[in-house]
Design a protein around this ligand. Structure first.
Ligand SMILES: C[S@@+](CC[C@H](N)C(=O)[O-])C[C@H]1O[C@@H](n2cnc3c(N)ncnc32)[C@H](O)[C@@H]1O
Length: 223
């Protein structure tokens, strides 16, 4: 938790409300220790979706389908929602959830490693104006090229977990050896987002840290 837990609980208590079926999915996911978006991130995403009203949403990291079903509640009815997951047990659970809650026609689940699925979708010429990156933190850089190809000229890329529960500010030597590669790769990813001429990026201490990267339209770029 990056911000004070009591403060976070207070903010959730005044700003968080989701449909009953999602509360059930959230409860089951947490009981099974499946990492799903935290409530503060839920608030942020629902706000962004209501504001942006995207035509097509792509999520990388479905888990059991909580966030894709969640997003389906805050976008127009004809918005395309595609999501990618590679772990068979999670795919099975997400499919069961989509079936149970009538989301089969609403959400398309692509099975497989995002590195391959993203390449395939990009090769098909798919375009998305809202991309939610929420998979293995150490792999975000590997996903970037096809993600950038598919993001529209007014697209928004939302990346979760960028502050790694606060670990991002630690020196690499203070990080356990096991997590050093991820730590370095996340810093590299954040450097790219915050220094790319294509984006205006803001990093927020929400959940595990959220980066919002808005594509800057060509006619708005500085000389
Ligand atoms: C944090 S969970 C996603 C949570 C989900 N977005 C939610 O909030 O309901 C990350 C998921 O990404 C999946 N994942 C990690 N690396 C992946 C990859 N290379 N390709 C596809 N899925 C991946 C994991 O199996 C895991 O289920």
């Amino acid at each position: 938790m990056i911000i004070d837990e009591r403060l976070s609980t207070y903010i959730d208590s005044i700003s968080w409300d989701i449909p009953k079926y999602l509360k059930e999915v959230e409860k089951a996911a947490l009981a099974d220790e499946v990492p799903i978006i935290r409530r503060s991130m839920q608030s942020l995403i629902s706000f962004l979706l209501e504001m942006k009203k995207p035509n097509a949403v792509l999520e990388i990291g479905t888990a059991v389908g909580f966030s894709s079903m969640f997003m389906s509640e805050y976008v127009p009815e004809d918005t395309i929602i595609d999501t990618i997951e590679k772990v068979p047990i999670r795919i099975k659970c997400a499919k069961e959830n989509f079936e149970r809650y009538g989301k089969n026609d609403r959400i398309t689940l692509y099975e497989g490693d995002a590195v391959d699925v993203l390449k395939k979708l990009a090769a098909e010429g798919r375009k998305y104006d809202f991309i939610f990156m929420d998979a293995a933190k150490g792999q975000y850089l590997n996903f970037l090229e096809p993600v950038l190809d598919m993001l529209t000229d007014d697209g928004l890329l939302v990346t979760d977990n960028v502050l790694q529960d606060g670990d991002i500010i630690q020196s690499r030597y203070a990080i356990t050896k096991r997590d050093r590669t991820i730590h370095g790769r996340m810093r590299e990813y954040l450097y790219f987002l915050t220094h790319s001429e294509r984006f205006k990026t803001v990093v927020l201490p929400v959940g595990d840290g959220a980066a919002l990267s808005q594509v800057i339209r060509a006619d708005r770029k500085k000389e």
